[in-house]
Write a protein that binds this ligand. Structure first.
Ligand SMILES: *Cc1c(COP(=O)(O)O)cnc(C)c1O
Length: 383
């Protein structure tokens, strides 16, 4: 029986040819590919986008918080139901993540909880468009503006997602994307920092490459440069950028397939009144589904892991997004005692959901097979 991977990066002759050309050019980094990828990515996002290609989504998050000036003792409100990267980037700067629970329909941060978490030390709100489902940006941008807070959008799972027609990542001060192979487009390891502020983009571009004032290609006298800020090496190599450009050309098709697979799979799953499929019902939201997260009734919580094992044994790639609310992860629990009463919805998703594939690697009959296998797993677990 054919296995259906949870995620599978699709590369073809275009990616292979692009890599060969970069290797043959001798310009493996500092070359024209990363700059071209930034321009094409900005064009995909839409007007006003400035893009800085970096070596991972985590690197983009670290740069964003660092260059926005986050420092020791500052507080940032973050979604509890999220990848650990956002909170880690905050902690790396000595700042403090203040976790907010999600709302149960979409799994996104609950805007109604934000204002009571704001203190005089709050500097920013960092949201994640959970699984490619846009947050309520009307509510969140209004709160950020009212309290003069930076807004950072983690769009690592949301390439293609829009709110009121504007792409995710362009609603606040900064956005980040990831090109880890399981994401909407992959390059191996890579990411993109995006912002509407041209000066912030320039600053991040400099900090990405050791704080050097002139990139390699702009040095009138070879070997002569100065260093005008502190920096890191978070550059994206030209090899990776060339793969990214080839993937970006395929993105519209990938997004169409993700949408189609999500619709087909959720149409099958709604036949069970017990299953809730995380999604946005807001008319302003266009989702770019990373996967389909099926939240099971709490009566099934004790069986959830058995259901995952059943699916895996039946060849259905599945996962959990995410297995713990971030404040329940061991490192965070050690810093701040975990209070489960504050994170009931995030916990429900961590403990009772099953994430199913909707990627462009699926065959037309796969959504049906995935749904039937999940129903069989549920039935089996009640025996
Ligand atoms: C993948 C991911 C990241 C980290 O991106 P990397 O490129 O793996 O560093 C951050 N946030 C979210 C929501 C992610 O899914």
């Amino acid at each position: 029986m054919q296995k259906i991977p949870f995620a599978y990066p699709l590369a073809g002759d275009e990616e292979e040819q692009a890599v060969k050309e970069v290797l043959a050019s001798g310009l493996w980094t500092h070359g024209p590919q990363a700059a071209a990828f930034e321009e094409e990515f900005a064009a995909f996002l839409g007007p006003g986008a400035h893009c800085v290609a970096v070596s991972s989504g985590m690197a983009a998050l670290h740069l964003a918080f660092w260059r926005l000036g986050l420092t020791t003792g500052d507080e940032v409100i973050v979604a509890a139901q999220n990848h650990v990267a956002t909170a880690h980037a905050i902690c790396l700067l000595g700042a403090i993540p203040v976790f907010a629970d999600c709302e149960p329909v979409s799994g996104n941060i609950d805007p109604s909880l934000l204002e009571c978490l704001i203190t005089p030390r709050t500097k920013a709100i960092a949201l994640v468009h959970f699984l490619g489902i846009p947050c309520d940006l009307d509510a969140i941008t209004a709160i950020a503006r009212r309290h003069s807070l930076f807004l950072i959008e983690d769009c690592a799972l949301a390439l293609g997602a829009r709110w009121r027609g504007i792409h995710a990542g362009l609603h606040g001060d900064a956005g980040i994307f990831s090109f880890y192979p399981a994401k909407h487009i992959g390059v191996g390891e890579g990411g993109m920092f995006v912002t509407r502020h041209a000066d912030l983009a320039r600053d991040c571009a400099r900090a990405r490459g050791f704080g050097v004032d002139k990139p390699y290609s702009d040095r009138p006298i070879p070997g002569i440069y100065d260093v005008t800020s502190l920096g890191l090496n978070y550059r994206l190599s030209d090899v990776h950028a060339a793969i990214g450009r080839a993937q970006l050309r395929k993105l519209p098709r990938f997004l169409q397939l993700r949408q189609q697979n999500f619709q087909q799979l959720s149409a099958e799953l709604v036949r069970s009144p017990d299953i809730h499929v995380l999604q946005s019902r807001h008319p302003a939201a266009i989702s770019a589904h990373y996967c389909l997260s099926a939240v099971l009734p709490s009566t099934w919580t004790n069986h959830r892991n058995t259901i995952l094992q059943y699916l895996a044994a039946a060849g259905i790639g599945c996962s959990v997004y995410y297995p713990h609310p971030v404040p329940r992860l061991e490192w965070y629990r050690r810093r701040t005692p975990y209070n489960s009463a504050h994170f009931t919805h995030a916990e429900r998703i961590s403990d009772s959901s099953v994430a199913l594939p909707v990627g462009p690697h699926l065959a037309p009959e796969d959504p049906g097979r995935i749904a039937h296998t999940l129903f069989a797993a549920l039935e089996e677990s009640l025996r």
